[in-house]
Design a protein around this ligand. Sequence first.
Ligand SMILES: Nc1ncnc2c1ncn2[C@@H]1O[C@H](COP(=O)(O)OP(=O)(O)OP(=O)(O)O)[C@@H](O)[C@H]1O
Ligand SMILES: [Mg+2]
Length: 332
Amino acid sequence: MSADIKLTNVSKRYTIRGGADVLALKNVSLEIEAGSIHGIVGQSGAGKSTLIRCLTALEKPTEGEILLGGENLSLLSENELRRQRRRIGMVFQAANLFDSRTALDNVAYPLRVAGENKQTAREKAAELLAVVGLRGREKSYPSQLSGGQRQRVGIARALAANPSVLLCDEPTSALDSETTRQVLALLKDIRERFGVTIIIITHEMEVVRLICDSVSLLEHGQVIESGKIAEVVADPSSRLAHELVPLPAIENHVCADGYVIVDTAFTSHPGIPTGAQLLSIASAMGADVAAGTFESLPNIQVGRLALTVQNEEAKNVIEAFRTRGFHAEVRR
Ligand SMILES: Nc1ncnc2c1ncn2[C@@H]1O[C@H](COP(=O)(O)OP(=O)(O)OP(=O)(O)O)[C@@H](O)[C@H]1O
Ligand SMILES: [Mg+2]
């Protein structure tokens, strides 16, 4: 599939009067496939929101190039930018609804601004409320809705302009885990129905595990790691893999004198009993299982198995795994 969003060497420098400059983005290069869900994770101040503001052309990168649906943002006129911005829907942590307007009017508002007549705007808004599971709540005011329902209204409003890209900045951070799951399922459903490309900024790895196809880790304005989820978790030594599927915790007493812990890992696709292979190698090598983690992500299974191995056997055991294509290393 072609890239819907492509950043090439994007840097953003903020000049602060009387202070030191801030380089909020440094040489960011990133490609996001059309119709995929891409997660951006990183600590506070890493540059996540700056990246989103550059994508909406609310900020101009100091250097570099951003292509959105094939269009180079820096080459567009103000008018063209305004049209381009309409192709982007935004979803925020708090839905930021108008408290004095009903759910229906909140969703109809951007349609009215875009020039739709009142009747059409209300009909479209009602349809969108149905899409997000709020049929029957058209007349409710934000104060009469739960946090999750308000976020659904916010998503319906973001969809009103029929965007090709949905940018979500911490969309579930204010929600409990069950509501988070429901809102994420809704976003996934929206991707299937409308084919939109979704970018989700989040600090919750659970969000990435549940719905992202690919993910990037931002740190001090730089992309440290990036890739499809299956690729990222297949390399257990990567930072993102550690966060997505942590190594199983081991208590000291598990590893007796003369033994070491060997961490092994697998990623498998449906129908291939990779976990069983891993276990049979462990068993053939006389290694015992100390702890394990098995995660089921969309389309793949991921496993981490920590083995206790006699010191002098460690080299052979690791070799046995590696020659069969499995990751294996002594834990330090
Ligand atoms: N308008 C601005 N002027 C000056 N500095 C800014 C501006 N906006 C952001 N910055 C700085 O750029 C850096 C990145 O900020 P940004 O808001 O993109 O981080 P973030 O990853 O979204 O953080 P958070 O998780 O806290 O929302 C920070 O050091 C911030 O102080
Ligand atoms: Mg931010």
